[in-house]
Design a protein. Sequence first.
Length: 457
Amino acid sequence: MFFPSEPFRIKVVEPIRRTTREEREKLIKEAGLNVFNVPAEAIYVDLLTDSGTSAMSDNQWAGLMLGDESYAGSKNYYHFEESVRDIFGFTHIIPTHQGRVAENLLFSTILEKGMIVPNNIHFDTTRANVEYNKGLALDLVIDEAYDPHIFHPFKGNMDLHKLEQTIQQHGVHRIPLVFITITNNSGGGQPVSLQNIRETRQLLDRHGIPLFFDACRFAENCYFIKEREEGYRDKSIKEIAREIFSYGDGCTMSAKKDGLVNIGGFIGMNNDELADKITTRLILIEGFPTYGGLAGRDLEAIARGLQEVLNEDYLHFRISQVRHLGQMLEDEGVPILKPVGGHAIYLNAKEFLPHISQRQFPGQALTVALYREAGIRAVEIGGLMFGHKDPHTGEDVWPELEMVRLAIPRRVYTTQHMVYVAESIAKLYKEREKIRGLRLVYQAPVLRHFTARLEEV
C-alpha cells in the first residue's frame, strides 16, 4: 500500500510519557471507567477526538502575533470573514467560540416545540441542541450506512425517499430546515456526494425548505468527491467546496476540525432576518459580532487554517494516514467499519466483543480496555452516547451501530504512532474474551457520555 510521507517538517515537539498498566488501572477506576475523566498527561496516544487537537502551522502561529484585540472591528475579523466567504460564499458570517455554540444559537432561534430537523445522521452535540430546544432530530441516512461491511463510496448520503416521506408525513410547517453533516461523523466519517447534495437541494426547493450543512470536515468530504465522483478529479478542493455550499442556505462549523485550530467556529447564512435574530442572541451569550467569543488572534488562526486545509498534498497525507491505520487493523482481522472514513477508524464493537450485549455497553468496555492495556484514549460512539428511553413507551432504544472511534488529530502523530495503535488493538483483539461488560452508576440527563460513571459487571 502506497503511503505518502508527511508534507511537513517537525519544528517543535511535545514530550509524552508512557504510564504503567498499574497506573492506568488506578486512574481508570478513579475516572468511573470513563476516559473523559482521565488526565491528558496520563494518555500516551490520544485519539479521543480530532476536534481542537490539530498542530497549527508556522504560518498560523505567526498570525497569532498579529492579533488585534480591539473589542469591535478587529482587523482579524475582517480577514476571517474574507477567508470564510472565499470558501463558503454565504452573505452573513457570524463567529462563535466553537461549533456547538453555533448549533445552539441556530436551533434556539428557529425551533419551536415539536419541530423536526432531518439530517443524514446527527452527531451528539447537534442532536442534543435540537432536543434541548424541544425539537425532534431524525436520522435519514441511506440504509447502507448501517452495514459496516458494505463498500459504498458515499455512505453518508441522505436517503431522498426517507426525506420525502418525512416531509409528507409531518408537513413543511414542522421542518424549519434540513441538515447534512459532511463528512458524516456518527456514521463512520463517511462522505456525501455532490450528486446527493444537489438532489437534496432540488427536493427541498419543491417544498421551500432551507438546507444547512454541518461543515466541520468539509475539506475531507471534498477530497473524497475529487477522488470518487465522476467529473471532479480535475477540480480543485476549493472549487468543489464552493459548489457544495452554493446549494446551501447556511452552515454551522466547528473550525476545530478542518479549520486546523484549537478553538473557534462560525455560522454562515444568506437569510438577513435570521442573521439579525442570531446576532442579537450572540451578543447576549458570546460577545460582539466581530469577535463572537474569540480573541482576535484566534480569528486570524482560523482565517489562515481554512486556506491551508485546502492543500491537496496535506489532504492526501491526512486521508492516507487514516487508511494506513485501517489497513493494518484489517490485516490483523480486527473488525472495523468499511470503507475507512476521513478522520477516524471506527472499531466494530459488536463484532469485537460479541459476548457483551449492547445493554452492557460493549463500545465503552472496549474503550476502557484500550486505555487500560495500552494508554490509548478513544471514544465510544454507541449505546452510551446515543442510547435512550423511548418517551412514549419507556423502553430502551439502542443505536444500530456500536463503535469505538479512533479519531486522528491533524498533523500530530507519526506513522510509528499509528503502528503502535494497530499492534495494541490487534493484541487486545486476541485477548478479547477477558473484557467484561459495564453498567451505569451515574448519568446526566443530556450528553451523558461526557460525565457518566460506570462499573464492570
